[in-house]
Design a binder for this molecule. Sequence first.
Ligand SMILES: C[S@@+](CC[C@H](N)C(=O)[O-])C[C@H]1O[C@@H](n2cnc3c(N)ncnc32)[C@H](O)[C@@H]1O
Length: 205
Amino acid sequence: MRKNKSSKNWIIEQHRDQYFKQAKSSGLRSRSAFKLLELNKKFKLFSNCQTVIDLGSYPGGWSQMLKKNLKNCKIISVDIKKMEQIEGVDFLCCDFLKEESKEKILKKLKNKADLLVSDMAADTTGNKDLDCIRTNALCAEVIEFSSLVLKESGVVISKLFNGQDFLNVKNLAKSKFREVNFFKPESSRGYSKETYIHCAGIRTL
Ligand SMILES: C[S@@+](CC[C@H](N)C(=O)[O-])C[C@H]1O[C@@H](n2cnc3c(N)ncnc32)[C@H](O)[C@@H]1O
């Protein structure tokens, strides 16, 4: 039987809601945790990581996933909102956009990081264009910051929106990294313009 568009949407939504239910039953703090799992499946993020930085970590789903999948790895998580403690995760409560916050992160690092993940999103204002510009500006800051904290072979994953300034961020990433890809996880809501940029291998010249 051919399904009409609204019943198809309903099935898709139900399917996506499974992530919420699954997160709850697995003790995960967010359904976003599954996005990181999908990103890992696509880009093999979790191999050979000794140091990881998780930006925009509250309430902690990604940090929980990192902790679960990375043994003997230093995890530094950062959010402007206070995140409830996760054993073995070093949390910094600060605004990433402030210079002093970046210095605090640098101080926490003994060695350069293998992986920098960011799920940061600016608070919504009701103006979708403005929200997009502000979240994409956060993504650009993450890419700029990555050259300070990542090993040459390091990897960045960062949320961005497919809208205003998307191309500027893509070009910035291409100027800094040898490999740049985009991936929208299944668990990311279909109506959202959210996607993730994957950057690998810092350009040295
Ligand atoms: C989608 S949530 C992250 C969810 C998280 N990955 C998880 O799995 O639980 C986005 C987070 O980005 C944070 N954020 C936004 N702007 C920030 C900034 N300038 N500095 C630090 N955190 C920021 C927000 O406070 C929010 O908690």
